[in-house]
Write a protein that binds this ligand. Structure first.
Ligand code: GBH
Length: 494
């Protein structure tokens, strides 16, 4: 073969390789959350959370009638988890603090010493292994006592949360540089008040919208507490993690309904924080005001912000936290077609569908469309400017006992490829990527039937043994090399 041709091939190959390299400073991590992995639900003085209450009082809510009483037993086996993170060579580990484990009764007058010791040990353990802790303050396990006082629909929760946040900062901010206040406000409010997640209430017309306002303000207050009292000393960064899917119009006629649906399901949570103007997305605000009026409400069901609240929220971020899994096509409900009352688009008259060729994970909602993440990243940049984006979750579920999880491995490969394209081709400032999840865990209402783990967990054994899947080896090799390579070179050992 002609030497020039060989040289040509090599040049192309190395160019490709260069094009597939993540920028210097790009960080790789994996995530979990307290209720999903810890177990130890009633050890020591831990308080009851809304998930403890839900799984114990309404076991039929959970697909396999399981619960998180023991889960991965990470309350006892956390060193195993840290060993896995280290084995993969990850830069950071995102986990959450259980509010009622730290503050058994929700308020900061009583701090659990065991709770404090537990999270302190996890944080120190990570740092000793050269892994940065990324800490979420609220991943859905509200103290039941606060729920009994109205939970996220009570405006007082804004200060209760700020007080909890201040306690956590005071204890851990000397060792934690990255904070997430609330995981997926959309799931907290629209899931929690559509009967899908704890507290399992059904009131998406009013309850979910009150929740939206307060969960956002709680985030903003915590942000200001950090800014004023801790940032000067420790210089860390704080934001919120939004769940956003990529939504595209089904046909050219569906553009307007798609924009409104995005504003309703996502913009409601992002516009007040990231937009230049602040407040609710204007089109949604008008829509909700008109609709509420037609329904005979004296004021909009979407509760107004005061000018001070708008200012408090605006700019309350150091980066944009994005949880992304899936895509939908959006169309306007046809004349006479009433979208199912509980469906996510019903409020705005939208129907959400998947394209037939998108494959479905074990979670029926998780349709695979890798281009969706690149489109969404571009959209965020277009909407909110050149903000730093940390992908705080992305991952794939199977029903999983097999360690050879090629579907998950391919999902990671394809999605990471699109993330990289967004960085290199579209100049979106993505600074890191978090795999959901480090290990199989309690997948909320799906119980243990959907597995997201890079590591499998055998829940039938009291020792909850963990084992690396092929996807863990693959992810480790990407994190180590900072390069995306072809699928057949994945046999690097973790
Ligand atoms: C995240 O939730 C959670 O943070 C994590 O705890 C959980 O284990 C993980 O993901 C996997 O589920 O109508 O197309 O917009 C994601 C929960 C599932 C909520 C998809 C919104 C709607 C899909 N989300 N759902 S779409």
């Amino acid at each position: 073969m002609c030497l020039l041709a060989v040289a040509g091939v090599l040049a192309v190959a190395s160019e490709r390789e260069a094009g597939q390299r993540f920028p210097a400073g790009f960080r790789f991590g994996a995530a979990t959350s307290a209720y999903q992995i810890e177990g130890g639900w009633n050890v020591s003085d831990k308080g009851e959370s809304i998930w403890d209450r839900m799984v114990h009082s309404r076991p039929d809510y959970i697909y396999d009638r399981s619960n998180g009483d023991v889960a991965c037993d990470s309350y006892h086996l956390w060193e195993e988890d840290l060993r896995m993170v280290q084995e993969m060579g990850l830069d950071f580990y995102r986990f959450s603090i259980s509010w009622p484990r730290l503050l058994p009764y929700g308020f900061s007058n009583q701090i659990s010493q065991d709770g404090r010791r537990y999270y302190s040990a996890v944080i120190d353990g990570l740092r000793a292994r050269g892994v940065a802790p990324v800490v979420t303050l609220y991943h859905w396990d509200l103290p039941q006592r606060l729920q009994d006082l109205g939970g996220w629909t009570n405006p007082l929760i804004v200060e209760w949360f700020a007080e909890y946040a201040r306690t956590a900062f005071a204890l851990f901010a000397d060792r934690v540089g990255t904070w997430i206040t609330i995981n997926e406000p959309g799931s907290v409010c629209d899931g929690g008040y559509r009967g899908l997640l704890a507290p399992g209430l059904v009131d998406h017309e009013v309850g979910a919208l009150l929740c939206t306002k307060h969960v956002l303000l709680a985030h903003a207050r915590a942000y200001r507490v950090y800014q004023e009292e801790f940032k000067p000393k420790y210089g860390g960064e704080l934001s919120i993690a939004h769940q956003e899917s990529w939504f595209e119009p089904k046909t050219d006629q569906d553009l307007e309904i798609t924009l409104l649906t995005r504003e309703y399901l996502f913009g409601r949570y992002t516009h007040p924080i990231f937009s230049a103007g602040g407040g609710w997305p204007p089109a949604l605000e008008r829509y909700m005001a008109d609709k509420s009026k037609r329904e005979g409400y004296p004021r909009s069901r979407l509760p107004a912000f005061t000018p001070d609240e708008i200012q408090l929220l605006k700019g309350s971020f150091d980066f944009y936290g994005l949880n992304h899994y899936t895509s939908r096509v959006v169309r306007a409900a046809a004349a006479g077609e009433r979208p199912a009352y509980m469906s996510r688009g019903a409020e705005v008259g939208a129907v959400l569908e998947a394209r037939p060729h998108w494959e479905t994970a074990a979670s029926s909602w998780l349709k695979v469309n890798p281009e969706g993440v690149r489109n969404l990243l571009k959209l965020i940049k277009q909407q909110y400017g050149d903000v730093k984006i940390l992908i705080t979750e992305n991952g794939y579920s199977d029903t999983g006992h097999q360690l050879d999880d090629s579907d998950r491995l391919n999902y990671y490969k394809d999605y990471l490829e699109q993330v990289l394209l967004a960085i290199t081709e579209d100049a979106v400032r993505v600074v890191g990527y978090t795999a959901w999840s480090l290990l199989d865990n309690f997948e909320w209402a799906a119980g243990y039937t959907s597995r997201f783990g890079l590591y499998s967990v055998d829940f039938s054994s009291p020792r909850r043994p963990r084992a690396a899947r092929a996807s863990a080896r693959y992810y480790a090799s990407v994190a180590r090399a900072r390069v995306l390579h072809a699928a057949h070179t994945h046999n690097t050992t973790a």
